[in-house]
Design a protein around this ligand. Structure first.
Ligand SMILES: Nc1ncnc2c1ncn2[C@@H]1O[C@H](COP(=O)(O)OP(=O)(O)OP(=O)(O)O)[C@@H](O)[C@H]1O
Length: 340
């Protein structure tokens, strides 16, 4: 096992005046044995970051270390990592056993040991009864487990996952998520997991790295990121529906954007801010009320109500107030969190 250190990592594609810088100086340390999720919207640079750790992409400036050793100039095979991709890339003509054993055979690991390692991985992943099948005889979730098995048998220092669940349907995704969590609990191998899905990030991560346009906006536990977002970007990216970001609210000084999660707005009998209701969405256990807050600029303000509360009608004006200790303040210009 090993830590992973990013030291002012910069990535440019191309050279000269046409160069396109996509990672703008990322510094962070992933601790030995930690499960870290890199999350952000499409194109923010998360795969590029992962591929630089893997050695599939050159590091333009700065360094990446694995276990205290700078790996910038090491070949992928010398980095002691194993990568799981979104398209499992199994060999179709080989059995599950041979797919998992292949990398070890190439490395001339003795057959007894190959058998032992594959059996152990198959047990952890509950693939024991599928070892003689071909990939086409497996479901998508089982194939993804074989891909993970292939990574496990190599006993790497680091696991790298690039959106491994995005080809699975919602139910299987949730199930495989639990399996990956269990895998990490049992093996404790340092893991970097890339996804654009914030639910996946929140549920899997011990810490998450939230990326936006090639910069790391926050690196913290899911609780920290959710309860103390460092920027308005993080505030609106994590959480669905997103945090309300309000400016021009009565009693709030200029230059401050207020952040309030939809579940932290409460309807009050009188006083409070007027909210003109436009639509109400019924989602089963809860309702989302979309409205315009008096004086506030920007998009809808969203209020989350549980289904037991009487729903407002479109056109009605509610009076709402936030829970006092759940109001976030951000610098309107920079988007950075204001303390106090
Ligand atoms: N080989 C390349 N040459 C030039 N630009 C590239 C190359 N690969 C990626 N990029 C650019 O780098 C930026 C980051 O891409 P990257 O694939 O890392 O994003 P991502 O966050 O993983 O996105 P997605 O979730 O869509 O995969 C994008 O703007 C992309 O267009």
């Amino acid at each position: 096992m090993a830590s992973i250190e990013f030291n002012n990592v910069i990535k440019r594609y191309g050279t000269g005046p046409k160069a396109n810088q996509v990672i703008h100086g990322v510094s962070a340390e992933v601790k030995d044995g930690e499960f870290v999720v890199i999350v952000g919207p499409s194109g923010c640079g998360k795969s590029t970051l992962l591929r630089m750790v893997a050695g599939l992409e050159e590091i333009t400036e700065g360094t990446i270390s694995i276990g205290g050793r700078v790996v910038n100039n090491l070949e992928p095979a010398e980095r002691d990592i194993a990568m799981v991709f979104q398209n499992y890339a199994l060999y179709p003509h080989m059995s599950v056993f041979d797919n998992m054993a292949y990398g070890l055979k190439i490395k001339k690991v003795p057959p007894d040991e190959i058998r032992a390692r594959v059996d152990k991985a198959a047990k952890i992943l509950e693939l024991g009864s599928f070892l003689q099948r071909k990939p086409r005889e497996l479901s998508g979730g089982q194939r993804q487990r074989v891909a993970m098995g292939r990574a496990i048998v190599r006993q790497p220092q680091v696991f790298l996952f690039d959106e491994p669940l995005s080809n699975l349907d919602a139910k299987l995704r949730a199930q495989t998520r639990l399996e990956i969590e269990k895998l990490h609990r049992e093996l404790g191998i340092t893991s970097l997991f890339v996804t654009h899905d914030q639910v996946e990030a929140m549920t899997l991560a011990q810490r998450m790295m939230v990326m936006n346009a090639g910069r790391m906006e926050q690196f913290g536990t899911p609780e920290e990121v959710y309860h103390r977002p460092a920027t308005t970007f993080v505030a609106s990216f994590i959480g669905a529906p997103p945090m309300n970001l309000l400016s021009g609210v009565e009693g709030v000084r200029d230059g401050v954007t207020l952040g309030i999660r939809p579940e932290h707005l409460r309807v009050v009998d009188s006083g409070g801010w007027p909210l003109a209701v436009e639509t109400v969405e019924m989602l089963g256990a809860e309702r989302l009320v979309y409205g315009r807050l008096g004086g506030a600029q920007g998009p809808w303000t969203i209020l989350r109500m549980n289904e037991i509360e009487a729903p407002p009608a479109p056109g009605q004006t509610l009076h709402v107030l936030p829970l006092e200790d759940r109001v976030h303040g951000f610098d309107a210009e920079t988007g950075v969190r204001l303390e106090a």
